[in-house]
Write a protein that binds this ligand. Structure first.
Ligand code: ADP
Ligand code: MG
Length: 247
């Protein structure tokens, strides 16, 4: 969040309730171009709900989500359009089972973005090559390992050329031996300057990839610190307790 970088996303006092239960109690966060922000916090504290609000998958009850001069928390937003700019990768890949890898990847670029097929295909193949899966482009999701599916899901998000990508525990469903290959793809994106908000329980990864750690508890941000600060000297007792459990 160095001030010299362009402000991409500014969240102010974001409020989210399910019925009468408030799940996000006034979240404030600034995301600048190139930031890699890692969100940590105990299960149920609102991490997924927060990301889902940024992708239009949950309605919000108050506050602002400012993105390129627009308030996305406002009712009249075309989320199909916004999702081209703010991509999201989920825990369970959600590739379409009846479509091949390449068709899954090209669906958004062709159907939503109406791009030229040859150009989109070229980009998709380049991205597949970069994650080591070009030879699997005609496979169906059921023929792939979990780690491969998750790398495909990342390529699918990237192929829309988003300005920001949100990752929600993308390795949480993977067998341990496949976690690394997915984290390495995200690390490479970080090195390329991609702006990302990452929810993860992989502490070593969080420390190495994150410019900033946002620590959430019970619907609030308790602490924002550099990864170095957070992991060596967290400011709050709640964060220290959280780290004690994981380390
Ligand atoms: P996290 O991702 O940090 O584990 P979530 O954002 O998934 O937490 O959930 C935050 C809280 O909101 C939890 O108490 C959860 O039970 C509740 N919650 C999440 N989604 C819904 C929903 N669709 N309806 C009702 N409650 C929900
Ligand atoms: Mg979650």
């Amino acid at each position: 969040m160095g001030d010299s970088k362009e402000l991409l996303l500014e969240i102010k006092n974001l409020q989210k309730s399910f019925g009468d239960r408030q799940v996000l109690e006034g979240i404030d966060l600034q995301v600048r171009k190139g930031d890699v922000i890692v969100i940590l916090g105990p299960s149920g504290c609102g991490k997924s709900t927060f990301l889902r609000c940024l992708n239009g998958l949950e309605s919000v009850q108050g506050g602002e989500i400012q993105y390129l001069g627009r308030n996305l928390a406002h009712d009249h937003v075309d989320w199909r359009e916004i999702r081209q700019h703010i991509g999201m990768v989920f825990q369970n890949y959600d590739l379409f089972p009846h479509m091949t890898v390449i068709d899954n990847i090209l669906l958004g670029p062709l159907k939503v973005q109406k791009r030229d097929k040859k150009e989109a295909l070229q980009q998709a193949e380049q991205l597949l090559d970069r994650v080591g899966l070009l030879d699997r482009k005609d496979a169906y999701p059921r023929e792939l390992s979990g780690g491969q599916k998750q790398r495909i899901a990342i390529v699918r998000a990237l192929c829309m050329n988003p300005g920001i990508i949100l990752f929600d525990e993308v390795t949480a469903s993977l067998d341990p031996e496949m976690v690394r290959e997915v984290l390495d793809v995200i690390l490479e994106l970080a090195n390329l300057g991609m702006t990302m908000i990452i929810v993860t329980h992989e502490m070593g990864f969080a420390r190495s990839v994150g410019d900033f750690i946002v620590f959430m508890d019970q619907g609030k941000i308790c602490e924002i610190a550099t990864a170095e600060q957070f992991f060596t000297q967290p400011a709050t007792e709640r964060a220290q307790h959280f780290l004690d459990i994981f380390q």
